[in-house]
Design a protein around this ligand. Sequence first.
Ligand code: PLP
Length: 461
Amino acid sequence: MDLSLPDWVEDWARHAPDLKVPPPGPNSRAIIEKDRKYVSHAYDRMFQFTMKKASGSAIMDADGNVYLDFSSGISVMNAGWSNPKVTQAIKEQAENLTHSLANDAYFDKEAEFAELLAKISPGGLLESTFFGNSGAEGVEAAIKLSRYYTKGSEHISFMGSYHGRVGNALAMASRVKYKYGHGPYPPGVFFAPYPYCYRCWFKQEYPSCNLLCVDYLEKAILEFGGPSGSLASVFVEPLQGEGGYIVPPKEFMPRLRLLCDDRQMLLVADEVQCGLGRTGELWECNSTGTVPDILITGKALGGGIPLGGIVAKRDIMSVWRPGSHSSTFGGNGISMAAGLAHVKEIIEGNLCERSRVLGDHAMKRLSEMKENYEIIGDVRGKGLMIGVEMVKSKETKEPLLVPEIQGRTWRKGLMMITSGMYGNVFRIAPPLVISKEQLDAGIDLFESVVGETEKRMSTSR
Ligand SMILES: Cc1ncc(COP(=O)(O)O)c(C=O)c1O
């Protein structure tokens, strides 16, 4: 497989990272100043620069600094920044129609996109789509639909899970950080332990644990943990994203499937972050042959334009009557054109395989790094969704605060964001079109900062 950058990637982007001035440069600083004055501080800006343009797996700031991007805009730009097929589709659509009246009329690309999603859904068995505008809206739709279908009102979510920042989706999130100050939350969400084997909640080892965490859900939470017996659905990320890029054992999703079947609950797979080629599978559910009842998608679905939604089994989706759910901009002209072009690029560009090949290479390199550095506790992932968990020591596993490493790495031109319950997991999640050479250059840079940090830590002890 050719692992160089696609031909369309602009010249300047091929030389990432390439810094002209120490960031933030004067142009970025001027914009940041205005932003701080007028834009809500709710956004947690990790990088102090302003976006100017992007191509392939590189981003240029307002001062001409070029950064290598290891986050894909949080798993959005899977087929690469400014992919020309997506850009062209947006331009053509904009010249004809932007707002496509999903509420009141029909639109060709909405039907075409939904048909494609049905064909590529897990097992080809989820045949009906509702389009909204974001991942969280997809989650809200799945909550409503699972209640409507089952007549239940309670849900299982998982520790470490993240499903968005509004309403019921926020109630499904497990971290205090996200929920603080915004309650009360609707009752009826019960949290089960996710199989975070590096920090097993039950101090067990896989596989001898036989997934005690799922037993706990089944025997302790469902029987004695407070649900009223009116359960609607189990919400699960097949590979946990914000929780720390945690890959569950292969038996996990099939066990949840069985559990849901036994108890007439719907299995809802949130693939907003891990879907659409990120893990080397079109959907991460496919890796265990699990067919959920409802699949939530977002992020990469729109190729950079806001889009999210649910893809569900036909008999489940068809319980909704006209008016049961709606959105002014659902199925919007631009988001349909962009999303359709982006998903086609992922499929036709063979980006799942590329994600697997590059991911295997990165995993090998990062696992070797783990052997050489005390502060790398765990390396895990699939495809180009890899987490590197930083610790103060391998023995204690005490989480290492990482803003310093992140800042140093960025000032050298590599953008890496973090995740994890302790915020100590670096995400290696570049656009799937990144070249092997750029992937290696980024890992080299990361390694140099890890090495410097470890040295500084040992001299300050
Ligand atoms: C698994 C998962 N679900 C839902 C969401 C919410 O998506 P959005 O930010 O588009 O509302 C996210 C966002 O990070 C996510 O990772």
